[in-house]
Ligand binder design. Structure first.
Ligand SMILES: [Zn+2]
Length: 1011
């Protein structure tokens, strides 16, 4: 017997009588060349228009696009984001919705203005010399250029949508709508001009929003500073018209009411208890990483939760700034660490209670330099004992907590203490009236450390107030754009009040938190993430001192300081912006807006522009709820926002606050987030690391389809990795899938509706496959509805690999190739393959939009498109859990047989499974009711014997997870018994010595001959 099965030499060649697979669908995809052709074809046939027309009257599903910032090539994160959006839009459409997609661009803001300024600078023109409208025009051109570049890059990835009519925040009508939204915050009373510390970039000379700030390592000086204690205990305690109450649960310190006698008694007791603290040798020690804020110090904060002690310096080594016998107040857990840094030995004198601490008043350490302030010692919830001394120096002009602490005690604090807020100028230098430090710089114009810290340290040493110094590397806020460090600086800015009740007695914060609870978050942890941010966020700084943006178009009445709230004025501004763009604000006289009867001299025109996050936070209004373009569908609100998880801080939040502030509810029903795209080692992608992988590069080299395959096969709710090895794995997965599609196309060649066989006449195997399709239908639909593309992909891929390639098609190859054309079995197999093809190709179409279109048109012609299909329904009679359960057992049973045959094949004892004669020992009641012919068919053997379990011989093959099934594989017969056409080995072949055919093939060949 030969090693390989061979057709007997003397028998005729029957290849022409087989129904061999035939298709034009190539094995090699050639995606990089094929994809642009599909894109051109879709554009030519206006596929998007056809999809929309077909969906007319269906329920709308609005995915509102988060605007891309128009200032550079798209990166891998943008690519992922837009591929996921395309999955959503296409799948929602195929689920039976009208799912439009209007892409958007964010065009205003500092990064663009910065680029344009750079361009002017390189031409030798300073920013100050360029008229605002010239600068704005350049910015507009810059944004329009990048919009076009990005649009082409995104379209290349296969995304479908109304790319001919995108929305932009710089469209005149959009500018008008954004300005009008800001006016609504005048109408609801939440807009106020406040004075408080905000993140300020001295390099860019502007306030920054949280979302414009990123954290990087920075080396900072650290200093320990002595604050003398004054004898003003009594006055200070009595002058405070309040008492502090610590909430036992939250630890939050709030103001309680002052009681009468009890309070006075308490103060008296404190006076005597704390008297040993008031002398020239006792100091409160603070620690800070920003020495330059010391001139702004106005208070010291401590925590009532921390235990404090009075320590005496017992000894100090050479070079120490500590003085033996001086006494220091320190947190007990930090005393040792302070002693180490200050090179001193400490001995603990006694405990100092919180009541004693809050009765103390310190003096500013640079009192004799002109800082003649009393420095109250105040309990605060934000003080921790992680690092430092347990005492936090408090500069209300340069820290949020600091500001809140003092203003929490006295709303008028900033008005009463202007000098605490005017220390630092916009460029980061001390103001001319700052004692001792005028003109010193915190940061240089290039963003490097200036001379301010050094000058302050020098004075502290000169005044004997420095206890120790060092350096620290820590995470510090930097401008997202200039990468230079930022500072906290109190400036007059326009704010949206977060905690002011305005709607049914509720504040923006309360309403936003309610709206978060009413929104569906994918994944659900997003609710906690944005909830925590909204819970703790400060008021929204709306104003920016820049040129490129939508102006905060309001007037302030000079006499009253009130913002002018006049609907007619608002309407005139809106109309002017609609017609001429927001430039009108800077080019028209105020009288144009103020109207008759108002003297422009009585009003201050605000020239700040709006935070760019307010622009994008308003897009829901003019794109979704009240579209400014007739091409865009109008909806009550968006169904979904889909962006990277960093947008909890950015767009999701600004849109939420904007919408809640103007309409009391969220602008979205659901929010879906994805992680960041990292390199293969899990590192962030950056130009400096050289590990970036742009989506357009992958599209050109491997095909956008591979990127889409990758997006669908990754868990996008976490950070995702991409690199050459991962791409290779996806190329391989794609190849296998393509092979399965190709098999179906090849075996459906010439399939005719007349050939279709009705359900009841199908073999059980076919009915089982249809039951699986029905099962998949439910899974795929619910997964698409939940935006779980990973589940869709895994389910379909497993089905193609395990159910189709390794099982159903493997079994049915014989019937498809060899059965006569009218065989019920072959007709059933083709009918079911047709159903599978239609479903697999449509189910995969939202993900692999190019390949499924190729498959669909290969079968149904270039006049068709898979993207004009819905998911096919699963007829009710396909559902058959009993059959699924039965065939689960059949497949386990089959695995033992094919496993046993595989061993024989590997040992080269047989050529193909058709030459094997498996003998299976089992208990039919336990495993399967198949007869020998059926069992042979599913295990792709020519013949098979079933025997009682009790007869199973020693050494028979079995699988541990399929108990009580044993298989012995013998040889099916001789070479003479092998059918020359189908290669099955059957004794009946001996009855056809001339043809060497089996009975089935005899019939099949005869049927082909002309009658
Ligand atoms: Zn045959």
């Amino acid at each position: 017997m030969s090693e390989k099965p061979e057709k007997p030499a003397e028998s005729p060649d029957y290849r022409a009588t087989l129904f061999l697979p035939a298709t034009d669908f190539p094995m090699k995809a050639g995606l990089p060349e094929a994809e642009p052709k599909w894109l051109a074809r879709w554009a030519e046939m206006d596929l998007y228009g056809q999809i929309r027309a077909r969906a007319k009257g269906r329920p709308l599903f609005i995915l509102h696009d988060g605007p891309i910032y128009a200032n550079g090539d798209i990166h891998s994160g943008t690519g992922l984001n837009h591929i996921l959006k395309d999955f959503v839009v296409r799948s929602q459409g195929m689920l039976g919705k009208d799912a439009p997609y209007v892409p958007g661009w964010d065009c205003h803001g500092l990064p663009i203005e910065w680029k344009v300024e750079e361009k002017f600078r390189s031409q030798g023109q300073a920013k100050e010399d360029i008229p605002k409208d010239v600068l704005r025009r350049e910015c507009r051109t810059f944004a329009a250029h990048w919009l076009n570049v990005q649009r082409e890059q995104i379209k290349r990835l296969g995304q479908i949508g109304d790319f001919e009519h995108p929305y932009t925040t710089m469209n005149f009508k959009a500018e008008a709508a954004i300005a009008r939204e800001a006016m609504k915050f005048v109408e609801n009373g939440l807009l106020y001009r406040g004075f408080r510390p905000v993140m300020w970039s001295p390099v860019e000379k502007t306030a920054l929003a949280d979302a414009e700030v990123e954290y990087h390592e920075k080396q900072s000086p650290t200093i320990y500073v002595r604050f003398p204690i004054t004898p003003k205990i009594q006055q200070q305690s009595a002058s405070l018209d309040v008492d502090f109450v610590t909430d036992p649960e939250s630890g939050k310190v709030t103001l309680g009411t002052k009681s009468t006698d009890a309070y006075i008694d308490k103060v008296a007791a404190l006076q005597s208890a704390a008297s040993d603290l008031v002398n020239k040798h006792t100091f409160i020690v603070i620690w800070t990483t920003t020495p330059w804020t010391i001139p702004g110090n106005r208070a010291i904060a401590f925590s009532p939760e921390i235990s404090y002690g009075l320590y005496q310096v017992a000894d100090a080594t050479d070079g120490s700034l500590a003085r033996p016998s001086e006494q220091l107040l320190l947190a007990d857990t930090l005393a040792e660490q302070v002693a180490k840094h200050a090179k001193m030995m400490l001995s603990r004198v006694r405990t100092v209670t919180a009541d004693e601490l809050k009765s103390l008043v310190a003096a500013h350490p640079l009192r004799s330099l002109g800082y003649n302030f009393e420095v109250p010692v105040l309990p605060a919830g934000f003080v921790t004992a992680d690092t430092g001394t347990g005492f936090v120096h408090n500069a209300p002009g340069h820290g949020e907590d600091d500001f809140e602490l003092l203003v929490g005690m006295d709303r008028d604090y900033p008005i009463k203490n202007p000098d605490a807020f005017s220390l630092v100028q916009p460029d980061g230098s001390y103001a001319p009236d700052v004692p001792g430090f005028a003109g010193k710089r915190i940061l240089t114009p290039e963003g490097k450390d200036g001379d301010a810290n050094g000058a302050v340290i020098k004075e502290l040493i000169a005044h004997g107030k420095l206890l120790a110094k060092g350096t620290l590397r820590h995470s510090y806020p930097h401008s997202w754009r200039s990468k230079a460090p930022v500072i906290f600086r109190a400036t007059p800015q326009w704010f949206v009040a977060i905690d002011k009740p305005f709607l049914n007695g509720k504040s923006l914060r309360e309403l936003a938190l309610t709206a978060i609870g009413e929104t569906k978050w994918y994944p659900p942890r997003g609710a906690n993430r944005i909830g925590a941010m909204v819970e703790s966020r400060p008021d929204w700084v709306l104003s920016r001192q820049r040129a490129w943006g939508v102006p905060l178009a309001i007037f302030v009445e000079k006499k009253s300081g009130q913002v002018l709230n006049d609907k007619d004025v608002f309407r005139r501004i809106e109309q002017a912006f609609e017609a001429e763009g927001a430039d009108a604000w800077f080019t028209s006289p105020p009288s144009r807006f103020l109207g008759e009867g108002r003297n422009p001299d009585d009003y201050e025109q605000v020239t700040d522009i709006l935070d760019v996050w307010f622009d994008s936070g308003s897009t829901h209004v003019f794109v979704v709820e009240n579209p400014i373009d007739a091409n865009w569908p109008k909806a009550e609100r968006a169904d979904l926002y889909l962006e990277g998880s960093d947008q909890h801080r950015g767009w999701f939040q600004s849109s939420l606050l904007e919408s809640v502030g103007t309409s009391g509810r969220a602008p979205y029903r659901g929010v879906l987030t994805h992680g960041f795209v990292l390199d293969e080692q899990g590192r962030k992608m950056s130009k400096s690391l050289g590990n970036t992988l742009a989506p357009q590069v992958i599209a050109e080299k491997n095909g956008a389809e591979i990127l889409r395959q990758w997006a669908a096969s990754s868990d996008f709710t976490e950070d995702l990795r991409i690199g050459q090895d991962i791409i290779k794995a996806n190329v391989e997965a794609y190849r296998r899938l393509r092979n399965t599609i190709r098999f179906m196309l090849a075996n459906l060649s010439g399939f005719d509706e007349k050939e279709r066989i009705e359900y009841s006449k199908m073999p059980e195997l076919e009915r089982f496959m249809l039951a699986r399709l029905a099962e998949l239908d439910a899974i795929v639909r619910s997964a698409y509805e939940a935006f779980d593309f990973g589940l869709v992909n895994a389910t379909l891929f497993n089905f193609c690999t395990n159910d189709l390639s390794a099982f159903y098609f493997d079994i049915r190859k014989d019937a498809l190739y060899c059965d006569p054309m009218d065989s019920a079995r072959r007709r059933a197999a083709r009918s079911v393959t047709d159903e599978i093809f239609r479903r697999i190709v449509t189910w995969y179409a939202p993900i692999l939009c190019f390949t499924m279109e190729e498959a669909w048109t290969t079968r149904f012609g270039m006049g068709s498109s898979v993207h004009l299909q819905d998911f096919f329904p699963a007829p009710a009679d396909w559902h058959n859990p009993t059959l699924i359960e039965k065939w689960k057992r059949v497949r386990s049973f089959r695995r033992v047989i094919t496993g046993a045959i595989e061993i024989e094949r590997a040992a080269k004892k047989i050529g193909s499974s058709l030459e094997a004669l498996p003998v299976v020992y089992f208990d039919p009641s336990e495993w399967t009711a198949l007869d020998e012919r059926e069992a042979a068919e599913v295990s792709i053997s020519s013949n098979l014997k079933l025997r009682p379990l009790a007869e199973a011989p020693e050494g028979a093959f079995s699988l541990p997870d399929v108990p009580n099934v044993f298989v012995i594989v013998g040889s099916a017969g001789t070479q003479d018994e092998k059918c020359a056409r189908c290669w099955r080995v059957l004794p009946e072949v001996l009855e056809h010595p001339d043809t060497h055919l089996c009975d089935r093939c005899t019939y099949a060949v005869a049927a082909l001959e002309p009658a």
